[in-house]
Design a binder for this molecule. Structure first.
Ligand code: 3HC
Length: 292
């Protein structure tokens, strides 16, 4: 088997309709591709559909997109629970399902059987290198990570991470597709926990948590410093609340499981908030309270 080139890509399949999957699907539809967003939960698909329609309406109101273009992009986007049918003519797959290895392996095994031979299979995972799912697909050369950032409609970076057996053709096509999506992809030559972006983010968060726990400065003042001294769009605590403290904890746990380095262990203050159900913006409370 060998990976199809960029010209072969007409139908993009996104697996998972959470915050990441749904926005990645919209990015691909806005770039002119026919897109299927697949999820096992009908209510997740309904919510994704409503949220994306709302985002497109806001873009039209802001004059960012014409009503016709927004409608056409939404028209290219199908929502389905039927993975087998959606995979049967998918040219490029982006898996953004739950961050569980067993689930991802099952998905890649199914994709390997169902998707056309030329289809490239990628995972948006930030914690699982694609080598962990590549063999299950039966076409490891056509597998890599394609890691988007939250909010995927806005953030320009896409990390394309190759594993030992990813072919050059797969890497080139994935980089080019990201460019056609309007992104600025970066290539990561070797799997490493956290890739590049989450390692940088983790380093800043670690220091912010240490400063805060030691009572050196308040949350607000640490966040303000990151914005006004360093030009970051958000402070580290605001960013943790946006990404989700459960996700931050999961990334740390996954990193620690791979490195065994005590410095990578999840911070106890994050574990405390997660235990209290304070997961950030999505639950109305995290480091900050959003319920007011
Ligand atoms: N979904 C889609 N679009 C969104 C959005 C969302 N959740 N939140 C904001 N936007 C859009 C707005 O509509 C606006 O669009 P416009 O320019 O067309 O009007 C644009 O983003 C700017 O939004 P705002 O003016 O409301 O607010 P800001 O200027 O503060 O920008 C932000 C918001 C883009 C989120 C900015 O604060 C930012 O860049 N923050 C840092 C985000 C970041 O670091 N992300 C990476 C997280 S790590 C990750 O995802 C990896 C994973 O593995 C955990």
């Amino acid at each position: 088997m060998s990976a199809g080139g960029i010209g072969n890509i007409k139908h993009v399949l996104v697996i998972g309709s959470g915050a990441m999957g749904s926005q990645i699907g919209m990015v691909a539809a806005l770039a002119g591709y026919r897109v299927s967003v697949q999820d096992i939960a009908e209510d997740m698909l309904t919510r994704a559909k409503e949220q994306l329609a709302g985002r497109m309406q806001a873009n039209v109101a802001k004059g960012k997109t014409s009503a016709e273009d927004a409608e056409a992009a939404l028209g290219r986007l199908a929502f389905t629970t039927d993975l087998d049918a959606a995979a049967a003519d998918a040219d490029f797959v982006i898996e953004a399902a739950t961050e569980r290895l067993d689930i991802k392996q099952q998905i890649f095994e199914r994709l390997g059987r169902l998707a056309p031979a030329h289809a490239i299979l990628t995972t948006n995972s930030s914690t699982l290198g694609s080598s962990k799912v590549a063999e299950a697909s039966g076409r490891p050369e056509q597998v890599c990570n394609m890691h988007f950032f939250n909010p995927a409609l806005v953030m320009k970076c896409v990390e394309v991470v190759r594993h030992e057996r990813t072919s050059d053709a797969t890497v080139e096509t994935t980089l080019e597709l990201a460019r056609r999506f309007g992104k600025e992809p970066v290539l990561i030559n070797r799997e490493i926990p956290g890739f590049v972006a989450n390692r940088l983010m983790g380093a800043i968060q670690k220091e912010a948590l240490a400063l805060h726990s030691a009572g050196i400065a308040s949350l607000e003042d640490i966040d303000t410093t990151a914005k006004t001294a360093l030009g970051h769009p958000m402070g580290p605590f605001e960013l943790m609340d946006m990404v989700g403290l459960d996700v931050i904890q999961f990334i740390a746990e996954a990193t620690y499981a791979e490195t065994g380095d005590d410095a990578d262990r999840p911070h106890p203050a994050i574990a405390d908030l997660v235990a209290q159900g304070k997961l950030g913006r999505k639950t109305g409370q995290g480091w900050y309270n959003y319920e007011k």
